[in-house]
Design a protein around this ligand. Structure first.
Ligand SMILES: [Zn+2]
Length: 246
């Protein structure tokens, strides 16, 4: 029995002399680790379709441990991302984040299209905005949807003076005194967060937020995500070094 599945390469590791372990995020089966035999040989048919960020159609032979990736055809090569250091840094971060927060063969329906759409936005250079939208929406798909309208603690509907708790939502100024890790969310950042979560993803390219709102959202999201992550992400150090240079 073989499976055909559409997937995006999240991670690639070398195995032995010429093989690759390829971790895909697939449409039908979620995250899947496979072995691509001979994929590092120069004329091998699997060489290109098993590069990181490639979107392809894959033929898989299920195995007891790792599955075997038998055939592949490219839907989108991901080359513009691999060719650009900054795009590469952002894409490495979102794929590592997805990898860290998901387990093998536990498909979550809307994650695959989210990943494909986010990589497409990175290709056209909307780096920070696409990454924040991905973070917010991934948290929603994983069941940690941030509460953006009512205070997490007292359930009061919030209008102004909003704080964001790493537990995943807004707090009012009365309740914030019991949550020392929460951060002030200025109105512009709060509105940006709602749009990035609720708008159709293809529309977010019309947004041009102030740099201060983008930076604030980046810090808020970092704390919110770190609260759910069991280990620090390797790609984050590289990404933060690049951001500091800019
Ligand atoms: Zn409250």
């Amino acid at each position: 029995m073989t499976w055909k599945t559409e997937g995006i390469v999240l991670r690639v590791r070398n195995l032995g002399e010429a093989d690759r372990i390829v971790t895909l995020y697939t449409k039908e089966r979620g995250k899947l680790s496979t072995v691509a035999r001979g994929a590092r040989r120069i004329r091998n048919r699997l060489l290109s379709p098993t590069q990181v960020f490639t979107h392809g159609r894959y033929l898989i032979f299920p195995g007891k441990g790792l599955h075997n990736l038998a055939q592949a055809e490219i839907v989108n090569s991901g080359q513009p991302i691999r060719d650009d250091l900054e795009k590469l840094a952002y894409a490495s971060y979102i794929t590592e984040l997805l990898d860290a927060l998901t387990v093998e063969e536990d498909p979550i329906e809307r994650v695959f299209p989210l990943l494909a759409a986010t990589l497409a936005l990175l290709e056209v250079g909307r780096l920070g905005l696409a990454t924040r939208a991905f973070e917010l929406r991934l948290m929603r798909e994983l069941g940690y949807e941030p509460e953006l309208y009512h205070c997490l603690s007292c359930r009061e509907e919030l209008q102004t003076r909003v704080f964001f708790s790493e537990q995943g939502g807004v707090l009012c100024e009365n309740c914030v005194v019991h949550d020392s890790a929460s951060m002030l969310l200025t109105n512009g950042t709060w509105e940006l967060m709602k749009k990035l979560l609720e708008w159709d993803l293809s529309r977010i390219t019309v947004l041009h937020p102030a740099p201060s709102n983008e930076q604030e959202l980046r810090r808020v999201m970092r704390r919110y995500l770190d609260y759910r992550l069991e280990y620090p992400l390797k790609s984050l150090e590289f990404l933060e070094t690049l951001q500091a240079l800019n």
